[in-house]
Write a protein that binds this ligand. Sequence first.
Ligand code: PRP
Length: 212
Amino acid sequence: MSDTINVALPKGRLGERVYRIFEESGLGCPGVTDPSTRRLIFENPGAGVCYFWVKPSDVAIYVERGAADIGVAGKDILLEYSPEVYELMDLRIGKCRMCVAAKKGYHDSTARTLRVATKFPAIATDYYRSLSRSIDIIKLNGSIELAPILGLSDVIVDIVETGSTLRENDLEVITTITDISARLIANKASTKFKADGISRLVLALKDRKGSI
Ligand code: PRP
């Protein structure tokens, strides 16, 4: 088996920040952030790393199935899909919160089933189960904030980063369910068969100047 460590990076701003951390840790690879290329795979044989750009919500799938040895995924994705991977490190970037939010002044009535719109049905279900509250999940794929405004749901369970989307739509946080940040994850078999390479990489990240 090749000793190259295959790394799944989440496409987008967070992924580029993550890649900078790898680069500053001596694990760079020419071309990875070149905006003029549509290439998805970049290998640096000297450093023993190969990067792939993947959709953020797919990183855990690549890592779970071993197509990538390690990757970076948001804690939201890990909580929602519970992939069979090891969580190696909190990178302490991409920080946000998973919250319940509703229209300003919303008053809950426990007498009836709560309608919850979300991209995260498992997180919402677990949270309300812990409160023994019966809910009706409305699974949406984006612009979740519209749901309570249009009367599609009573509340939403969604990510809040700066809070501007809520503010600009007259919504407010009712409860924070959990804090979220980017996590370094690893394929379980790779941590055995590529133990040295993965430890080297984790150490390099930890030793990075201005450490995480
Ligand atoms: C996410 C999330 C909120 C927004 C929160 O949406 O679902 O809508 O960001 O960020 P803020 O607190 O900084 O305003 P995303 O941008 O991923 O788009 P989406 O509506 O397509 O899910």
